[in-house]
Write a protein of this length. Structure first.
Length: 149
């Protein structure tokens, strides 16, 4: 149990975050964070996707509707995408997702897009820890009906 997980126990709320990680950069960054034994909360459930551009807003909304308190999408830095312009498409989709969340009355802060390369294990840990803290401050997802996530 990491220190941030113990902190969640004392507050009574354990955030559940779904992470969509780019296969080529962010997933490798997460792996580096793990092999470096960096403090990454167990509150994140990583899902490997081929590219951040493959994360459709429907996937994000489905995760939130099924009980996730937050969704983190990570990809290659702009200009470094394995698929050339995939992260630019992801940025456009993220703007659309932000509008959808706002129209549904959900806090747009429950979804974050970040760039993490394969060599940035410490950055991955930092992004995840910051995001988990933001979700902890927001509290449980008001749409959360299923606590089995």
């Amino acid at each position: 149990m990491t220190s941030s997980d113990a902190k969640a126990d004392s507050q009574g709320f354990r955030p559940r975050v779904v992470g969509f990680l780019c296969n080529w950069c962010s997933y490798a960054g997460a792996d580096l964070a793990g092999t470096s034994r960096l403090d990454v909360p167990a509150a994140i459930s990583p899902i490997r996707v081929m590219c951040s551009s493959r994360v459709d807003p429907v996937l994000i909304m489905t995760a939130l509707m099924r009980g996730a308190d937050g969704v983190l999408v990570t990809g290659c830095h702009p200009g470094d995408c394995h698929y050339d312009k995939g992260n630019y498409f992801a940025r456009r989709r993220f703007a659309l997702t932000d509008q959808i969340l706002t129209s549904l009355g959900l806090e747009p802060e429950r979804v974050r897009l970040s760039w993490v390369s394969a060599s940035e294990g410490p950055r991955y840990a930092e992004v995840v820890n910051e995001f988990i803290e933001e979700i902890r401050e927001l509290g449980p997802n008001p749409m959360r009906t299923n606590r089995s996530l």
